[in-house]
Design a protein around this ligand. Structure first.
Ligand SMILES: [Ca+2]
Ligand SMILES: [Ca+2]
Length: 449
């Protein structure tokens, strides 16, 4: 099935009636009908060789091969397509539940054909994208230095980014992705905002009265010297299309324990919490702790030696579970502080039930790891912030290469890099980084082929 061709000839949402699935004996196909004759045009050379005229009607035959020695998953997917109901929809993912079972959805941006199995969209055919190179895409000048960015979406509104900015006036910026770039949507007054977290409560499109309606929250951790630290919760107001102050919480965790970051993750039935301990007042060479949820509470699972740990990133590759720590600096009583030190990727060993060192990666005051995937490829990008003399450093993208582990593939010049986030839109796949030493945050486009 030529997905490139489908992307070109299928009408955009709303422009034309969706194509119908037709069946002739044992074969199924899509009937593409253009409102105007030229609507379905494409260069004949793309399909026909030695053919000077574009034919009025033709068929393309696609064969899906399935190995006979294992259950043919693709065949079962095809079988659930009911002939009478089959319709192809385009554009954004349509709802997929019982009534939509068997419907097809063509995602032009990702060049994929999906079928609704009654619960989720499952891939029938997809072009596997691969990372080609990284392109400078948008310079985003925030109102002051940015310690964290949080990317989230609001159904019916689209993609947003909350920036945690240093200055209290005008505070932190909330940006919306409009026409292919981030535009300022709202400023929220914050006190040396350190981090934003987004969370939701309730179900989107809840029809049952017992389920609370979908509510969207943003919580900011303010770090102004004063104790206690204040975390303020904001709630999205649908009518005013803005975040409004909802509640204020006094939080102590960050200031009292030297904890810089915590991550919650699950492996099978087990729930874990991992804390990045940065500094105990004497040294940065201290342990960070993985806790496991047992008997109604978190208990120590493992202590892992870290050096000024600032961030934990958790991810899975082919059923293997990994934890990566960002080590920021080695503070020693004698001599200068060291910033160019190893950060480490650990893998959960299911036999010993411990996290075991998988790979050391030389970093320069690493303050964030971000894991992301493109097609079938897996990547880690590190935020290198300082090497002892300069903030102008390369942050590095590493690609998973199996037995070799993570191998550097791209070096991106950054200035005081503090946080990386990966996100995808209809326009493609992107990375954004924020700077703790400059107003300039940058968006990069991940070019694929
Ligand atoms: Ca972040
Ligand atoms: Ca991270």
């Amino acid at each position: 099935m030529p997905l490139d061709l489908l992307a070109r000839v299928l009408p955009r949402s709303g422009e034309a009636p969706p194509p119908q699935m037709v069946q002739s004996k044992g074969s199924r196909g899509l009937r593409l009908v253009g409102a105007v004759t030229t609507a379905l045009s494409f260069p004949a050379s793309q399909i026909f060789s030695n053919c000077d005229y574009f034919p009025a009607e033709f068929s393309l035959v696609a064969t899906i091969k399935t190995p006979t020695h294992k259950p043919p998953e693709d065949v079962s997917l095809c079988c659930c397509v009911s002939e009478a109901e089959a319709r192809v929809t385009l554009g954004n993912p349509p709802p997929c539940s019982g009534p939509e079972q068997g419907q097809l959805w063509f995602n032009a941006q990702r060049k994929g054909l999906f079928v609704c199995d009654g619960l989720t969209w499952r891939t029938l055919l997809q072009n596997q994208e691969r990372l080609d190179y990284v392109e400078d895409y948008q310079d985003l000048y925030t109102s002051s230095e940015t310690f964290d960015v949080e990317i989230f979406s609001i159904p019916s509104e689209g993609l947003f980014m909350a920036a945690a900015n240093r200055d209290s006036r005008p505070g932190s910026g909330i940006y919306q992705w409009r026409n292919g770039s981030f535009q300022l949507h709202q400023n929220i007054s914050t006190q040396e905002a350190r981090a934003w977290k987004h969370f939701t409560i309730g179900e989107y499109l809840a029809t049952n009265d017992s389920i609370p309606p979908h509510q969207i929250f943003l919580v900011v951790a303010n770090s102004r010297e004063a104790e206690p630290e204040l975390s303020v919760i904001y709630r999205w107001n649908q009518r005013r299309r803005r975040f409004l102050r909802h509640q204020t919480l006094e939080t102590y965790t960050l200031s009292t324990s030297g904890a810089y970051d915590w991550e919650f993750f699950s492996v099978g039935p087990y729930h874990f919490l991992v804390v990045a301990n940065t500094f105990d007042g004497q040294t940065t060479t201290i342990s960070s702790t993985v806790y496991v949820w047992l008997n109604g509470g978190f208990q120590t699972f493992q202590s892992i030696p870290t050096v000024g740990a600032t961030d934990w990133e958790t991810f899975q590759i082919d059923g293997r579970f990994f934890l990566a720590v960002a080590n920021s600096q080695k503070v020693s009583k004698h001599g200068p502080n060291l910033y160019s030190i190893n950060s480490t990727v650990y893998e959960l060993n299911r036999l010993t039930q411990t996290f075991i060192r998988f790979q050391d990666i030389l970093t320069h005051s690493a303050v964030d790891w971000e894991f992301f995937t493109i097609g079938e490829e897996k990547f880690l990008v590190v935020a290198n912030s300082h090497d002892g003399s300069s903030y102008s450093l390369n942050s590095v993208v590493y690609r998973w290469q199996g037995y070799e582990g993570f191998v550097p593939v791209h070096s991106l010049p950054t200035f005081g890099c503090r946080d990386w986030e990966h996100f995808s839109t209809d326009e493609g796949s992107f990375l954004v980084y924020s700077s703790a030493t400059s107003r300039l945050s940058k968006v990069f486009k991940l070019r694929t082929y």
